[in-house]
Design a protein around this ligand. Structure first.
Ligand SMILES: NC(=O)c1ccc[n+]([C@@H]2O[C@H](COP(=O)([O-])OP(=O)(O)OC[C@H]3O[C@@H](n4cnc5c(N)ncnc54)[C@H](OP(=O)(O)O)[C@@H]3O)[C@@H](O)[C@H]2O)c1
Length: 330
């Protein structure tokens, strides 16, 4: 049983809307049921699709009862186990996923939604690994990216794109990543060829590639099928923003078979992270109570890596980010 705590601060909302509808409320902690564990959340990621579901732009789950909860990725410490849940002992450090409700001090999930956190995967990174990592891995796997490929990945410095691009590099592909000028150095450090998005992009990609492009992933929803056609990418080797939406909805599905599949992908993502096949930058780290501010940061569409919430921040003093200085000076 959970000791000392009988309620947990939990992010909830009562109506569709922007991040301003989110409220941090004390909620009773119920003991885990059969096969479930309760996890004290240390870090938890935020994702665009959470915001789309909240606002109603994404209509899947629009019949869910109110109040609704937020957040699907988390990392934390097991504090209680229900009957039949024996995989993780109390005190085990885990990374997990849930349809909604990760933006909280505690979350109760099936133990089948958890994998062990290796020491080499930091808490800050671990809490944002599930949705972005599994989407990236599933996409690279589906496209069967390999050493003969030249792959274009849009928004390659973002939460999903940065993991996708690094896994594609790890599989031996030549990777071209679209980004703004501010991310050229970052992508180059990862061995990814940066190309500025916008007018004339096809010519810039051809120049950077030096040989035919064989696959393309449009994360951003701007450089889509037309660009892929122009570059001669076969339809079977192109993934659109709509494909990505379907992938993410599948990863959020709480049907037991979908949860098991999501956990298998998460296991592989964590293994790749532990082996440093990819690293994830933390673009912004906010206390749980600043969840609305974190979403506003994400909505600016210039995250480099993931935006993460922490339940135990050491300070709430905001630091000025280099990117804010750079952009203010433009
Ligand atoms: N189809 C769907 O259902 C679905 C689901 C989730 C997300 N999305 C969209 O996919 C995008 C990326 O997802 P994410 O989770 O990786 O988000 P993210 O972390 O917020 O991505 C931010 C990145 O997007 C880049 N970016 C900004 N404007 C761009 C443009 N015009 N073309 C290409 N890249 C651009 C930024 O690079 P610079 O800072 O260098 O500009 C930044 O690194 C978001 O726009 C999101 O709304 C779509």
């Amino acid at each position: 049983m959970v000791k000392r705590h009988d309620e947990a601060l939990t992010v909830e909302y009562d109506r569709p809307g922007g991040a301003e509808v989110l409220e941090l409320r004390p909620r009773p902690l119920t003991p885990p049921g059969r096969g479930e564990v309760t996890v004290e959340v240390i870090t938890t990621g935020i994702s665009h699709i959470d915001g789309f579901i909240r606002s109603g732009r994404e209509e899947t789950w629009s019949d869910d009862p109110w109040p609704r909860r937020s957040g699907s990725d988390f990392a934390g410490i097991v504090v209680a186990s229900g009957d039949g849940a024996a995989r993780f002992r109390r005190g085990a450090e885990v990374i997990g996923h849930v349809r909604a409700g990760a933006h909280a001090e505690y979350v109760t999930v099936s133990e089948g939604a958890l994998v062990a956190r290796p020491r080499g995967v930091t808490w800050e990174t671990a809490g944002g690994l599930y949705l972005a990592g599994a989407t990236a891995l599933d996409t690279v796997d589906e496209l069967r990216v390999g050493p003969d490929d030249v792959v274009v990945i849009s928004a390659a410095a973002g939460g999903v794109g940065s993991i996708e691009a690094q896994i594609a590099r790890h599989r031996g592909a030549t990777v071209i990543g679209t980004c703004g000028d501010r991310n050229f150095d970052y992508l180059r450090q990862l061995g990814i060829k940066p190309v500025r998005y916008g007018e004339g992009i096809a010519d810039r990609i051809r120049a950077a590639a030096g040989r035919p492009v064989t696959a393309m992933v449009d994360n951003f929803g701007q450089d889509g099928r037309d660009l892929a056609d122009e570059l001669g990418v076969p339809p079977a080797r192109y993934r659109s923003s709509e494909d990505r939406r379907q992938t993410e909805l599948g990863l959020l599905d709480d049907d037991p078979a979908a949860v098991a599949r999501g956990t298998r992908l998460l296991e592989e993502v964590v293994r790749l992270a532990e082996r440093r096949a990819f690293t994830v930058l933390v673009s912004g780290f906010y206390p749980l109570a600043a969840v609305a501010e974190a979403y506003e940061d994400l909505a600016r569409l210039h995250a480099r890596g993931k935006v993460i919430l922490g339940t135990r921040p050491v300070t709430t003093v905001r630091s000025l980010k280099a990117r804010d200085v750079f952009e203010a000076a433009r």
